[in-house]
Design a protein around this ligand. Structure first.
Ligand code: FAD
Length: 432
């Protein structure tokens, strides 16, 4: 059965979320930009807590997780429809308790954590009381995890972590870190790496600097370079068992990637909306911009890209719900990841162009969107690496031709077709 409809009850909740985000949440992006991952001071708490409460009352808090972990168990498809709305705003995911990177981190603690780890880290994370950071990439290379060298060595009942990590988002405001390290250098990296959960204030964790994205002041961003310098953690800090890091990372990154894609739909739609409004408002050389063929092509191309992307994201979310197995959905998650930067970039770029000089100013959000497109092409792995994944997965469904000629080589197929219907062909010849 194929069904492209949202159930009416959930649609009512989505309509509520749409108004709520527009009226009450998007204004936070303007008064407190980039502060969504900073622990709340009294002033911000007095605004933010009641907003979160309204989301809870509507049953839309932390919808990415099942009821056993404090979520609603709505699944990924419904989350996708909600995330499309939340993607318009920096603050909205935090207000709805489903912000990256905390969603991915919460998912792996929920799936692989011990009871004690869930009580200590997952519970307050889901309550929206603290933030977390995922510390995997290293300065010498992020795309290839087999190059990671940060290690943990056993010392009695403890482990001692040493090394460097780069681009650990939100580490400077996070209460805890999930760090991926080498625990056995003598086996393949796929079996020799493990993950640890540790409070950010553990002695020896040094945040050396924070890289900012374009537009942020140098050194004042939220992507940390961390030196782990003889950081001692107990055996109970191990997440999911020794040597399990790759298996855990696949779970985390699969979820994280599709959640980014859901929000990207919302951001691209926002650019599209602005482009259309401007096209209908601005007149030049005797007609509206919307009457110019070049601008019409911008709009048509943007609509086509966005609709195709949205359908693939929703389909992939449906697959995750259906199969409950990220490995099985890997090909489509990677395809979504490949498309995401281009879709956002192209639509934001055209919308910016249609706005003329105003479009490139810091009074409009387009350059931020273009930067976000660049980020989408790197965070959770570069586009090129995901293309390789897509190709490998696609090729699994094929096999080599049995001889030098391709299966569809016409001369051989024609001979086979003639042989198949020889009886009738002879008759035709006979009739001539
Ligand atoms: C905004 C943002 C947030 C991030 N947050 C986190 C975080 O919270 N935690 C964390 O651990 N990391 C985080 N990262 C890091 C991210 O995972 C890495 O940037 C990414 O994996 C790429 O690694 P790299 O930057 O070292 O690039 P490199 O590995 O040096 O790759 C550079 C380029 O080389 C090319 N390339 C690389 N490999 C291949 C290949 N196999 N085939 C073809 N071309 C290739 C690609 O063009 C690629 O962009 C974040 C990154 C960004 C931008």
């Amino acid at each position: 059965m194929w069904d492209f409809q949202t159930d009416p009850q959930y649609q009512e909740l989505l309509d509520w979320a749409d108004d709520f985000v527009r009226d009450d949440v998007e204004p936070l992006d303007l008064i407190w930009p980039h502060l969504q991952f900073t622990p709340l001071d009294e002033k911000r708490r007095s605004v933010v807590d009641p907003l979160k409460e309204r989301v809870r009352e509507k049953g839309l808090w932390a919808t990415h997780l099942g009821p056993e972990h404090g979520g609603q168990g709505y699944g990924q498809l419904k989350l996708a429809l909600l995330n499309e709305i939340l993607g318009r705003s920096q603050w909205a995911p935090v207000i709805f308790g489903c912000q990256a990177p905390d969603t991915g981190n919460a998912e792996i603690i929920a799936q692989f954590g011990t009871h004690e780890q869930k009580e200590r880290y997952l519970r307050p994370l889901l309550d929206g009381e603290l933030f977390s950071s995922y510390s995997m990439t290293e300065p010498q290379g992020g795309s290839d995890p087999t190059q990671f060298t940060t290690s943990a060595v056993r010392d009695g009942d403890d482990w001692v972590i040493n090394g460097w990590k780069y681009f650990s988002s939100n580490a400077s405001t996070a209460a805890f870190l999930i760090v991926m390290v080498v625990t056995n250098p003598d086996v393949s990296p796929y079996q020799g790496m493990s993950m640890f959960l540790l409070p950010t204030d553990t002695p020896g964790v040094h945040i050396v600097r924070n890289a900012g994205l374009h537009g942020e002041a140098e050194g004042q961003g939220s992507h940390a370079l961390i030196h782990y310098d003889d950081v001692r953690v107990p055996d109970t800090a191990l997440l999911g068992g020794e040597g399990q890091a790759f298996a855990i990372a696949q779970t985390r990154l699969g979820g994280g990637r599709i959640h980014h894609a859901m929000r990207t739909i919302g951001l691209a739609q926002k650019a599209m909306d602005m482009m259309c409004e401007r096209a209908l408002s601005r007149e030049t050389a005797g007609s509206l911009l919307s009457d110019k063929q070049a601008v019409q092509a911008f709009i048509a191309d943007s609509y086509a890209q966005l609709v195709q992307f949205r359908l693939l994201v929703l389909y992939t979310a449906w697959e995750i719900d259906e199969y409950d197995d990220y490995k099985r959905v890997r090909k489509d998650i990677a395809t979504v990841k490949v498309l995401m930067p281009t879709v956002l970039h192209d639509i934001a770029w055209r919308a910016m162009q249609v706005h003329g000089a105003l479009g490139v100013t810091n009074e409009m959000p387009f350059l931020g969107m273009v930067t976000a497109a660049g980020v989408m092409g790197l965070a959770d792995g570069p586009t090129e690496v995901h293309k390789t994944t897509v190709a490998k997965q696609v090729l699994r469904g094929y096999r080599a031709s049995d001889d030098v000629w391709p299966t569809e080589w016409t001369p051989r197929k024609r001979d086979a077709a003639r042989a198949r219907f020889a009886e009738y062909l002879d008759l035709e010849v006979g009739n001539q």
